[in-house]
Design a protein around this ligand. Structure first.
Ligand code: CA
Length: 237
């Protein structure tokens, strides 16, 4: 089945240009210029990904992103005309999967679409290395299961956890995590990652209070590990 990309964009020429590039890359496309039509359309057509412009007539991208997240885990790439807007959007935790600043090249946008789809589809994949993890991630619902219990994460938290969980024990620097989670890492500060990790840990604490799953590596970054000592650093053998 062809992946269907919904382009929510009121600049008609830009929307058509993006649609042409996506079509050439093998995607099906639909353009909507009016924000009020989007939620119903997504419900009815279940697109693979949504490109969402921030400034729209009818209902703006910010509200739309919240509307969509209330019922759908569909990957969302938000586009905005102001680069300084991105940091504010990140702070709002809308649950978009990526942010792209205008003007963008359609080629770059197609690359972003592919990257987001790779990332979100990889998150549904199996544990690598044949090791059994007690943690199960479901990208279609953004839910995380642990020994019969489950919690729901934001898309950013989910993507953060999926990255760490895919390589248990490996240390990821904040910069690496930013690259994985936001292609626009130049506009995201270290503290943004820290604040997402903090929220994620709080949720995981509720899910698995008996142990710490995300470990801070002082001055370096974070790693995922199950069943490790949490209170004290281990002595070297
Ligand atoms: Ca616009």
């Amino acid at each position: 089945m062809t992946d269907l990309i919904l382009i929510v964009e009121d600049e008609e020429r830009l929307a058509r240009l993006v649609a042409d590039y996506l079509t050439a890359a093998g995607y099906g496309t639909q353009i909507l210029a009016d924000g009020t039509l989007v939620a119903d359309w997504v419900r009815a057509n279940q697109p693979t990904l949504v490109l969402l412009d921030l400034m729209l007539p009818g209902r703006d991208g910010l509200d739309l992103c919240r509307d969509l997240r209330a019922f759908s885990p569909v990957p969302i790439i938000m586009t905005t005309a102001r680069v300084e807007e991105i940091d504010r959007l990140l702070g709002l935790e809308l649950g978009a999967d990526d942010y792209v600043c205008k003007p963008y090249s359609p080629r770059e946008l197609v690359a972003r679409v592919k990257a987001v789809l790779r990332r979100t589809q990889a998150a549904t994949g199996a544990q690598p290395g044949g090791e059994t993890s007690a943690l199960t991630l479901d990208a279609s619902t953004l839910r995380v299961h642990w020994r019969g219990r489950a919690i729901e994460l934001t898309a950013v938290e989910f993507s953060l956890l999926a990255t760490l969980h895919a390589a248990p024990g490996r240390i990821f620097s904040r910069e690496r995590l930013m690259e994985r989670i936001y292609r626009d890492h130049r506009v995201v500060s270290d503290r943004t990652i820290d604040s997402h990790v903090k929220k994620l840990r709080r949720k995981l604490d509720d899910l698995a209070p008996e142990q710490e799953l995300i470990h801070s590596v002082y001055g370096v970054g974070y790693r995922y590990e199950e069943g490790a000592e949490t209170a004290l650093p281990k002595n070297p053998a």
